[in-house]
Design a protein around this ligand. Structure first.
Ligand code: SF4
Length: 210
């Protein structure tokens, strides 16, 4: 796909949704960190259902430590991998308190040292909390990029590197949410709704269907 087409796609997605946001519900940077950690291999809906009650009693690292791993588990047991995630939240809270004065570090390398925080989560934190032009690539974004031809590659690391090069700076902040929402609701894994897609005339995949 050439640059002109990419820019057109970005403008279409922007005009359609100028201020895209995550569907995770949170009221603080700490809550966003925990919700993002919990969302790995789980839906945002299931995470929100669990955290609405968890955050009522534990919305800071200190309060999370107070309820302990078993306490965290009670609230998140409907979420996949909850045993591991509860341990990771607990350990991460401990580190935040001891090393960072309960603040979230503004550094990808430091973020990725926190238990349960991978590349994608670190990018989301840097992008949403600190407004840095990072691009987190999840399964939806990986699929949409490859299908459309916007950026192609065998894994998320390759796609992320390509996106950082080809997406103009002014589109980087919202890129993750535009492509994520497009993948979730339009360019779905099994049945993409190409007939009603706002970028169908620009998409490489769709040319086989029109
Ligand atoms: S035209 Fe179809 S394959 Fe292309 S982005 Fe839209 S929904 Fe996805």
């Amino acid at each position: 796909m050439n640059r002109e087409k990419r820019i057109k796609i970005l403008f279409r997605l922007k005009n359609n949704n100028p201020n895209p946001t995550t569907e995770l519900k949170y009221n603080s940077h700490f809550e966003l960190l925990v919700s993002t950690l919990l969302s790995a291999k789980s839906t945002d809906i299931s995470v929100n259902k669990a955290t609405i009650n968890l955050y009522k009693i534990a919305n800071t690292p200190e309060k999370m430590i107070l309820i302990g791993i078993d306490g965290i588990k009670k609230y998140i047991k409907t979420i996949g991998l909850y045993n591991k995630k509860a341990k990771n939240i607990y350990k991460t809270c401990n580190i935040l308190i001891k090393k960072y004065n309960s603040q979230i570090p503004k550094n990808k390398i430091l973020l990725k040292k926190l238990p349960g925080i991978g590349d994608k989560t670190a990018n989301i934190i840097l992008n949403v909390i600190f407004g840095l032009p990072t691009i987190a690539v999840d399964t939806h974004i990986f699929r949409v990029c490859n299908r459309t031809g916007f950026a192609t590659g065998k894994n998320v690391t390759i796609i992320e590197k390509k996106l950082l090069k080809i997406v103009p700076k002014k589109f980087k902040i919202n890129f993750h949410n535009w492509f994520l929402l497009h993948g979730k609701y339009v360019c779905k894994s099994k049945k993409p709704t190409c007939y009603s897609c706002i970028i169908k005339d620009l998409c490489d995949f769709n040319k086989y269907y029109i």
